[in-house]
Write a protein that binds this ligand. Structure first.
Ligand SMILES: [Zn+2]
Length: 355
């Protein structure tokens, strides 16, 4: 039996270069941020986590698996880790992706690496509820499932615009706007059969606006302010890959995302200042050198940044085979600087975020 289309047409409009009509965010002084959250509990990962076996998600504040989103009585803000792994499939984790829930409704999606579209569905989220998508950079383990998510929305009934933000391009990577065109352009896109997404004349579908984020070298720039959510972006160093870290503020709480970075340019400390939750990537073990270190933060650097920023809670994600099983030493390296709560993330894990 043929499927009925939920709605006739969708479209994507490729948007502007971010830079106009936006205000730079004046980060608070860091003069009083040397003290970490003393006395907070450090969580030691359970063995099942280190072995790649996924524990049951609590889903407190997030959508319930297999249950409709609305009317569940969820309150407040929560972060759900959709993908806690890196590019390796043998880690038995989806690649990088995060979802911010507000009162039981998914609002902000950060990255969509391979496998995360399945986790997105398992979380109970729908594309129709999202306010905005943020891409930290355009590596496969952060973007591969974006097309699956967009295609899934074909069967929903979204009509309002869906902004999507990501880095500008360089000689090695396309700009985010170009990336979206490369995927969906009806003329020459890889998925040109989804050409309806680019139909500029469509009036009965939602508009996916792609934006290139171009903050100054050491600027923390506000890129989004709508429906009670404010989002800030700053440039981070990830080898030759254009990369952005984000801070999302809503309902009086803040969540910062490092994305992939070596943490070397000093911007993360300001972006994550006083954040209620800081998601950092545990992609390399302590002592990493060479290319690994040039691309990623070792645990000691994560700890220094978390301490300098005085974040309330640290979540370690983007776990890889080279860091899985090394949680005890990673935690020790972090705790040389940061004494707040540290949790090693697993897929679908839910973190309620309160002031
Ligand atoms: Zn990555």
């Amino acid at each position: 039996m043929a499927l009925q289309r939920a709605r006739p047409r969708l479209r994507i409009a490729l948007g502007c270069i971010i830079g106009l009509h936006l205000v730079a965010w004046a980060a608070p002084s860091l003069g009083d941020t040397a003290m970490a959250a003393a006395g907070a509990q450090a969580l030691v990962p359970v063995p099942a986590s280190a072995s790649g076996q996924l524990p049951a998600a609590s889903n407190v504040g997030c959508g319930a698996k297999g249950v409709g989103l609305h009317g569940l009585g969820h309150q407040g803000v929560a972060l759900q880790v959709l993908g806690s792994g890196g590019p390796e499939l043998q880690d038995k984790r989806a690649s990088s992706s995060y979802l911010i829930w507000r009162a039981g409704v998914p609002r902000v999606l950060i990255d969509s690496g391979g496998g995360s579209a399945l986790r997105f569905g398992e979380s109970g989220a729908t594309m129709s509820d999202l306010d905005v998508i943020l891409l930290t950079h355009l590596h496969v383990d952060h973007t591969a499932d974006l097309t699956a998510l967009v295609k899934s929305s074909f069967f929903e009934s979204r009509h309002r615009k869906l902004p999507l933000f990501g880095p500008a391009g360089n000689q090695f990577f396309p700009a985010t706007t170009r990336f979206i065109q490369t995927l969906f352009a009806s003329s020459d896109g890889a998925y040109r059969y989804l050409g309806d997404f680019l139909n500029p004349n469509a009036t009965d579908a939602y508009l996916l606006n792609a934006h290139d984020v171009v903050p100054g070298a050491h600027e923390v720039r506000q890129i989004y302010d709508a429906q009670g959510t404010r989002i800030f972006a700053t440039t981070v160093v990830h080898g030759s890959v254009p990369a952005i870290a984000y801070r999302v503020e809503l309902d009086g709480v803040s969540i910062a995302f490092s994305g992939d970075t070596n943490g070397n340019n000093g911007n993360l400390e300001r972006l994550a200042h006083d954040a209620n939750l800081f998601v950092a990537h545990n992609a390399v073990p302590e002592g990493a050198t060479g290319v690994e270190r040039s691309l990623h933060m070792p645990p000691s650097v994560i700890g220094k940044i978390a301490a300098a920023a005085s974040v309330k809670q640290l979540v370690l994600s983007h776990r890889m085979l080279r860091t899985l099983g090394h949680e005890t030493e990673s935690l020790a390296a972090i705790h040389t600087s940061y004494t707040g709560q540290v949790t090693f993330a697993d897929d679908l894990q839910c973190f309620p975020v309160s002031r």
